[in-house]
Ligand binder design. Sequence first.
Ligand code: ATP
Ligand code: MG
Length: 395
Amino acid sequence: MEKTILVRYGEISLKGKNRSFFEQQLIKNIKSAIRELGPYQLEQTYGRIFIHIESGNINAFLSRLKLIPGIVSISPVVVAPLDYSELEKAALKIMEQAVVKYPASFKVESKRANKKFPLKSPEISREIGGYLLNNFNNGEQNRLTVDLHRPDYTLYIEIRAKQSYLYTKITAGPGGLPVGSSGRGLLLLSGGIDSPVAGWLGMKRGMQFDAIYFHSPPYTSDRAKEKVTELARILSRYSGKINLFVNYFTEIQQAIRKNCPPPYYITIMRRMMLRIATTIARNNQHLVLLTGESIGQVASQTLESINVINQVTNLAILRPLITMDKTEIVSLAREIGTYDTSILPYADCCTIFVPENPVIRPGLAQTLQAEKDLPVEELSTKSIEKTELLSIVEN
Ligand code: ATP
Ligand code: MG
């Protein structure tokens, strides 16, 4: 029955003149995220957004919305006319729905923004509270009791200019800024757990990004590529279309094997990835690169290694996961819906390329020495020319 969702957005209302730009961006993103869930009407009023669902499963809407950057919280609401007896009816209906186990305690919290409504906030709370007690209880065994301090349920009532709104649930959204409000980046997207989460965190700060995946057939299978495509598709739910650049990396890996000492394979491979990503970013107006690196997680993620890898680019590299533990990353991956895809067991180009004794703390001078016989320019140019572009949208 609750077929309206109230969407609150906080941070963006702080942004003065930019506010309407941010709001428009948020609305655009909401529309794209819920597009295929069923028909609805979107209403923007009182610095909030209401989504009136015409048909479809409200839970499907809720679980999408709660992950859209810029949204602070959401509530399924019952909308009632500005009439006290209608409030009573709506209150009864929503409490009957909300309470799953009796006896239960509750309180009513009212907010009267519309001063024309005859009852004041405390009066509304008191009256509706009394009405609910009368209707739920029959003398001997009380199903509902009032508890103002630690109630099991709080019924919120908001009296606004044209309607009143009643709800009992407030679900937190990610907060942050709407995707598209703070510039474009290029995400290095592998099939692993980390990089999709890094992308999502970038989105949470308003970034729009495209992705690049380094693919090494036949060492990495079509399934591995499909897996990355699927991850990009999941991310595109929150951001709209993502351009996925698939870079064919096999020749480069073979050249590294042929020309470089094994302990440096990984370091040099990473440097090649970053060089290519940098050129692609420059050609496509991406301001920054994003990776899923986290300090100490694997051999190539020591500070020394990050430093040596960093030297090949003068673009800023954002590493949203840098200080996070694997458990935190995994729980975020589950929340955004990428985890199950990420753990599918298709080898990526790094897992098949790990030498026996990778250098853990590479120095720059030694790395340059190890790289000296690699035709860096030629390899990069050639592989960039062959890069495939896939346009990924959730449908
Ligand atoms: P992930 O879980 O994202 O794969 P990881 O823990 O496996 O990360 P690394 O293998 O060291 O860590 O990779 C570090 C980062 O480099 C990744 O998070 C990703 O941003 C980028 N990266 C690694 N391999 C690829 C690839 N094949 N294509 C695109 N980016 C890659
Ligand atoms: Mg990986």
